[in-house]
Design a protein around this ligand. Structure first.
Ligand code: GRF
Length: 192
């Protein structure tokens, strides 16, 4: 059983999907601590409902690393965490830190990916789970799931369709990591 530290900034629906998968024993992982950079993140309430310890740390990464170490975290999961990760977190957790992004990277990194995808006119978008590096959504890709874009889609309907896939993809990526199935070779992630 590995221990997860989940970093959030807002709604926390991916956090909830991870908590549910863990409680249903679908993944060999438990959430040890949830850290938010914002005190008003709704995800903090979700964590408290599941009796998970929480911390609010605005930007002091050394403090974040201290808390993650205190809870003996094996894997850091960024779930709607709106900050670019810096040196302290990378030094402590590179290769043990993953993120979910609502587009098929390297297309549409950064904010409002679903809107970017619609404005570009792509017919397929999706979800990417990747290891975190120093860039914005640039780290080695673990896997991707495609989601169709329909002609009458709005940012909301496309986001909703992608989010449904995110909630399946995140626990799946955690399961692969926790069972030692991910092998990082340069930029490529092999699933063994
Ligand atoms: C998700 O779409 C995630 O892919 C992106 O931010 C959103 C967070 O949603 N990085 P939630 O806070 O997990 O509900």
């Amino acid at each position: 059983m590995i221990k997860l530290g989940v970093l959030i900034s807002g709604r926390g629906s991916n956090l909830e999907a991870i908590l549910d998968a863990s409680e249903r024993k679908e993944i060999p992982a438990e959430v040890a601590v949830v850290i938010s950079d914002r005190a008003d993140a709704f995800g903090l309430e979700r964590a408290r409902k599941h009796n998970i310890p929480t911390a609010v740390i605005n930007s002091n990464e050394l403090e974040i690393v201290k808390v993650l170490k205190k809870y003996k975290v094996d894997l850091v999961c960024l779930a709607g965490y709106m900050k670019i990760v810096g040196k302290a977190l990378l030094e402590a957790y590179q290769g043990k830190m993953i993120n979910i992004h609502p587009a098929l990277l390297p297309s549409f990194p950064g904010l409002h990916s679903q809107r970017q995808a619609l404005e570009h006119g792509v017919k397929v978008s999706g979800v990417t789970v990747h290891f975190v590096d120093a860039g914005c959504d640039t780290g080695p890709i673990i896997f991707q799931r495609a989601v169709p874009v329909f002609e009458n889609d709005t940012e909301e309907t496309l986001s909703e369709r992608i989010l449904t896939e995110e909630h399946k993809a995140y626990p799946e990526a955690i399961r692969l990591f926790a069972t030692g199935k991910l092998k990082l070779e340069g930029r490529r992630v092999k699933i063994t």
